[in-house]
Design a protein around this ligand. Structure first.
Ligand code: DC
Length: 252
């Protein structure tokens, strides 16, 4: 019997504040696809460990929780995705910079990353998945239909994160935020396990001067022909390296 084609996947990777979450939710809503905020998995782990009063970089405790973690992300039009951890929406509590920082430390541990891999891959269900994070295109879904690497200047990324945190009612100090984002990105990019890096076949988009909807539209324009082609070939997977769109890589 023929194995059914895998559901198509759109991967959005990039550093903090590059727009992955907002753009990912808009794309998922427009496509009617599932949405995975993979950062929320690491944040949920950090949050559960902090709640349990465990030293958050305790690998054994992290692995015990990671194996049981059930995370579901529901995109919203205002980009404030609901994040259900074991069925309970803890989305807002996950957004603090403290939780983000602990998440980044946990995410540097290869065993922890392995433990959450299956949960991430389970999110790939018909009619398709929009997945955002740091290693969606390089490690989790290497056969994705389209891989996008979003960037923006540090200045713009810090300002975006500042606005998001203020909107959510967190008190924020701009110089502190600047430093933590810079440190977090450096840690995410330097780590040995699945570092933050663009996949070879990713299309890089600088979002510094673009609105969310504009970025989403550009991405969906790139995605559509690949979906048509992959459907015609009876598979959910496009070979992006053999794809004419990959000419755009890094030039957008
Ligand atoms: O995207 P975010 O800020 O919610 O992610 C929180 C941390 O989780 C981030 O600093 C690095 C880590 N992360 C990761 O290592 N791999 C992913 N795919 C997603 C997030």
């Amino acid at each position: 019997m023929k194995t059914p084609p895998k559901a198509p996947v759109l991967c959005l990777d990039g550093p903090s504040g590059s727009g992955k979450g907002a753009v990912g939710q808009r794309c998922a809503l427009r496509l009617g696809w599932h949405y995975l905020d993979s950062g929320a998995i690491y944040r949920a782990l950090a949050y559960r460990l902090r709640q349990a009063g465990v030293d958050p970089v305790d690998e054994r405790a992290a692995l015990a929780i990671a194996g049981t973690l059930e995370v579901e992300c529901l995109p919203r039009p205002d980009d404030s995705a609901a994040v259900l951890v074991q069925g309970v929406d803890v989305g807002a509590a996950l957004r603090s910079e403290d939780v983000g920082d602990t998440a980044s430390r946990l995410a540097a541990d290869a065993a922890v990353r392995d433990a959450v891999l299956a949960a991430q891959r389970r999110a790939r269900r018909p009619p398709g998945l929009v997945a955002d994070g740091r290693d969606m295109g390089t490690t989790v879904f290497p056969d994705a239909t389209l891989k996008i690497f979003l960037t923006a200047s540090l200045q713009v990324r810090v300002q975006r994160r500042y606005k998001q945190l203020k909107l959510k009612g967190f008190s924020v100090n701009l110089p502190d935020l600047f430093r933590t984002i810079q440190e977090r990105d450096a840690r995410d990019a330097r780590r040995r396990a699945s570092p933050l890096v663009a996949a070879e076949d990713a299309v890089t988009l600088d979002t510094s001067d673009l609105e969310i909807d504009e970025v989403a539209s550009r991405i969906l324009d790139l995605l559509q022909p690949r979906l048509v082609r992959t459907r015609a070939h009876g598979t959910g997977i496009a070979n992006a390296s053999a794809d004419t769109d990959s000419r755009d890589s890094g030039k957008s």
